[in-house]
Write a protein that binds this ligand. Structure first.
Ligand code: NOJ
Length: 685
């Protein structure tokens, strides 16, 4: 990519989503308004002022629909109902109204590849005979040997593996007790795949889109957007497939007990890295990302999926207000992904290449160039994302010995991230992602610098990937832990909205009585239940109330970066590498409008160029270091390396230690440098 300024791909698009910062809410873990230990929609409503103040443009909610929660709501039993654990449809409408009144757009999750096995359609299919219209809504097939006439159907129709581990087929039982046909589930047994060749399926999903569009949602995040269409004949496939591409073992489970039964007791965790054992994770101990698509799979990224998105594009076009679709599609290379965001298809696709690049200037530079170029080729804006509910939080990934690794969850027996280092890098990477032109996704809790919960005990884990892989994959629970709002309260204030009262800025407390809370029992009647997943102790010092208003805290860094991004129009800006860009040395440097972004991913300090001053830096202001890094980490390491300095970074701080102050100030104003593991926004003059 040249060093000349390039227009942002899609910068001619005036629609809100082209440059929006979207905050992902994982409803189970955002805020609990009724004190039952589980997040809910009233909790979301209560915290909307916090999000407005944070400065994001939109929220995306992971599924809150009626669901048995076999995959935390990505197993939908009724696409038009709110699960009682999250509230009622009224609560959704109230949340949407309030979000809109605060100027926030709302994106909801759509799960079209599969339903829950408790969806009425699947129940009807099970009750109906093979060949029936009811069965044709799903992917039922007789056993391979039955088709060949050589057996009575004991062999699965093909060799596909579930993305979550184990086989992708489960055999049904006929009403008379005999064994019947098999059904396909690319994910959990309780997530049967729909048959997207069936017009009834197509029409139903159009109708679901209209149901939510009519209520006023601004867009949809489309789950497994690359998965709905399967290659004709469902041919065998020996490749590797994973939802989150990252480890070679995914999809290739050992023949462990349960690999054929779906209900697997987890092994003890230290089995994980036993190189002598039949443990394929040992083949890839570093969990280096590997390409998932060789040979191309017969169930992902089939050309037929694009017909569906052209169809949905027409549905959305019937509505006002720039409604949008964002694809969750783990597709490579970037040019293949760009096909999902052609003019007549979806508006956006998550940029997982950027997420997978890790803390590495060369890889990140390539990901940035490739995505900008691929998006430009179809006239669409790019997106940027570092964390979500399926990945180890980047705060923790970047604290691993190799910060480009991509573990599938972390357990106490695994390498533990360096919290201070990980957070410093995460803050820097966030400044990079928020300064890139296009739309950026922020996962809840990132703005507090939350780490992954890396020591969750097996008994606490709930992710089906943990169980279906015998614990080989630690699973995604560690990034789904309920948020800490208030340090001194039970559950770190996760249920603070339940307590009611307090200021209405959405930080100190969720909602006053004026917000119309109807928490059962009301304030003070009984203590809230513990959060559905245990929180690590570090959440106490990272709670929102500990960072609110504390200069240099991660929360204030996000607020400042978001506000600067808006003021300088970075989301719809331009991009070119700066002269000092030198990925081999670990220096990533680019210009967007009047902001020069420098991220130092190397090991040596890098100079602030002459004539520039630091407008914002990811290094904590000295006084905020404790809030940003936690007291212990602050003492041990936050300042054992030269700090980023610049005109604005050299403030002495009230509770900084003398050493820290010295590190910040010690002679560095003359020779301003950007320290390793930090990033800064600079302006000329
Ligand atoms: C992707 C979602 O993000 C993930 O959480 C879910 O398990 C799978 N799709 C299956 O729906």
């Amino acid at each position: 990519m040249s060093h000349r300024p390039t227009a942002t791909p899609g910068s001619d698009i005036a629609a809100w989503w082209a440059s929006a910062v979207v905050y992902q809410i994982y409803p189970r873990s955002f805020a609990d308004a009724n004190g039952d230990g589980m997040g809910d929609l009233l909790g979301v409503t209560a915290r909307l002022p916090y999000l407005q103040r944070l400065g994001v443009d939109a929220i995306w909610l992971s599924p809150f629909y009626k669901s048995p929660q076999a995959d935390a709501g990505y197993d939908v039993a009724d696409y038009r109902q709110v699960d009682p654990m999250f509230g009622r449809l009224d609560d959704f409408d109230g949340m949407l109204r309030k979000a809109h009144s605060l100027g926030l757009k709302v994106i909801v999750d759509l799960v079209p590849n599969h339903t829950s096995d408790e969806h009425i359609w699947f129940q009807e299919a099970l009750a109906a005979p093979p060949g029936s219209a009811e069965r044709d809504r799903y992917m039922f097939r007789p056993g391979k040997d039955q088709v060949a006439g050589s057996g009575d159907g004991n062999l699965a129709p093909n060799n596909w593996k579930s993305i979550f581990g184990g086989p992708a087929w489960t055999r049904t039982t006929n009403p008379d007790g005999s064994s019947g046909d098999w059904y396909l589930h690319l994910f959990d047994t309780k997530q049967p795949d729909l048959n997207w060749e069936n017009p009834e399926v197509q029409e139903e999903m159009r109708s679901v889109l209209r149901f939510w569009l009519d209520r006023g949602v601004d867009g949809f995040r489309v789950d497994v957007a690359h998965g709905m269409v399967k290659e004709a004949g469902l041919p065998d496939w020996d490749g590797v497939a994973a939802m989150v591409e990252g480890s070679a073992d995914a999809g290739h489970l050992p023949d462990a007990p349960g690999a054929h039964s779906d209900a697997v007791e987890p092994h003890t965790a230290h089995h994980h890295h036993d190189p002598a054992g039949d443990d394929h994770s040992a083949d890839n101990a570093g969990h280096q990302p590997v390409s998932p698509l060789y040979p191309p799979s017969p169930f992902f990224d089939q050309d037929g999926v694009h017909e569906i998105y052209r169809d949905w594009n027409r549905v959305l076009a019937g509505y006002d207000g720039d409604r949008m679709l964002v694809a969750e599609a783990w597709v490579e290379p970037a040019e293949r992904l760009a096909r999902y965001i052609r003019k007549d298809e979806m508006q956006q696709a998550f940029n997982f290449d950027f997420l997978l690049a890790g803390w590495d200037a060369q890889r990140m530079a390539v990901a940035i160039e490739d995505s900008l170029e691929a998006a430009a080729s179809v006239g669409a804006p790019s997106t940027w994302v570092l964390s979500n509910h399926d990945t180890v939080r980047h705060t923790s990934r970047f604290g691993l010995a190799d910060p480009t690794t991509f573990p599938k969850g972390i357990a106490a027996e695994d390498e533990q991230p360096d919290a201070g280092l990980g957070l410093a890098r995460a803050r820097a990477a966030t400044l990079v992602s928020l300064a890139l032109p296009g739309s950026t996704y922020v996962y809840q809790g990132e703005e507090l610098g939350l780490p992954e919960h890396t020591t969750l005990p097996a008994e606490a884990r709930q992710d089906p990937t943990f169980f279906r892989t015998n614990g080989i994959e630690r699973g995604r629970d560690g990034c789904r832990v309920p948020l800490p709002w208030k340090s001194g309260e039970p559950g770190y204030g996760f249920a603070d909205a339940y307590a009611g009262g307090g200021p209405s800025d959405g930080v100190s407390s969720g909602a006053g009585p004026s917000d119309g809370f109807s928490s059962d029992g009301g304030p003070g009647h009984r203590p809230p239940a513990p959060p559905w997943l245990p929180q690590p102790e570090s959440f106490g010092e990272l709670a929102a109330d500990r960072q609110d208003g504390v200069e240099g805290s991660t929360l204030e860094l996000y607020r400042s970066a978001l506000s600067l991004r808006k003021r300088h129009g970075l989301g719809s800006g331009s991009f070119c590498w700066a002269d000092m860009h030198d990925p081999e040395l670990g220096v990533l440097a680019f210009q967007n409008r009047d902001i020069l972004v420098i991220a130092n991913m190397g090991t040596e300090p890098t100079p602030v160029p002459d004539g520039y001053h630091v407008e914002l830096s990811s290094a904590p202001g000295a006084g905020a270091a404790e809030a940003a890094f936690g007291e212990a980490a602050f003492r041990e390491r936050a300042f054992d390396e030269p700090a980023v300095v610049g005109a604005s970074a050299g403030r002495p701080a009230s509770h900084a230690s003398a050493a820290a102050s010295a590190a910040l100030l010690g002679g560095t104003l003359d020779a301003a440098v950007i320290a390793p593991n930090t990033a800064a926004y600079l302006v000329a003059g």
